[in-house]
Unconditional design. Sequence first.
Length: 299
Amino acid sequence: MFSLGIDGGGSTLRIGIYGESLKCIHLHELLETSNPSVLGFSQAEELLKSNLSQALNNAGIASSTVRYVGAGMAGTAQNPEWLRGILKQALPHAQVTVAPDYEIALIGAHGKRYGILVLSGTGSVACGINSSGDSAHSGGWGYLLGDGGSGYWLGMEMLKSATRVADGSSEKTGLYQETFAHLKISNPDELISWLYCPERKNQEISLMAPLVLDCAESGDIEALRIIEDGAEELFQHYFNVVKSLNFTCPPVMFAGGLLSSDNLLRRLLMQKIGIEKVPISKYSPVEGAALMANISKNS
């Protein structure tokens, strides 16, 4: 009897197959988004089904032996039945539990369905679950409506900064040169054709975030401003969740690529929240998905 966890983030799809005590039997990873808001529901469904089949085949596991499935995917918070339907069709013998991708990250990080999580990766969100089981989130609106403090947001701020310099409304700093060197362009007008190219992917913009962090660490004034603004955006998400759930000194965990390693963004956020020691997650989000499935079977 096996449990299966699915973590469909903004830039990576992970499918984990687990035995007793969350012992990993097989971990399948695809470095692509599975977000139906980006791909469309038809393409996202095809992607998920094919990768599920591949994961089971590679692990040598029959679908009939999977008893519990937990899944969290970006872009499905408002369409949980779409995701549940796909999984019930692919794994008809399994009990299926679905949640937003940030909830499985919270459960994995804390090892239980309690606490606060601040996530900054391709997108950003803070979420929390209190002792009464009430949940709340702040952020997570996607790149068009928000995602402040995320990799995409930092990349876009870098691009916007370059346009302000080109317009003459901001002073040129090293960040400006880094922008053009990274994009391999020489004329500010080329920013338009680069950004609005139909094939341009959000991940390409998110990949600019480390450049902003590096420039900020070197003392670049404009990069420092962007990182400080990003930390404040993330803190506001955290504060909103604390207020909504009437938390007092809740346990806090971090998730997402930008908060998983030491950098200025994470250090500033820790200062704002009042955390001295770096939070160490108990489990990964994909393990959190499988843990969620096992919590549900016992509830």
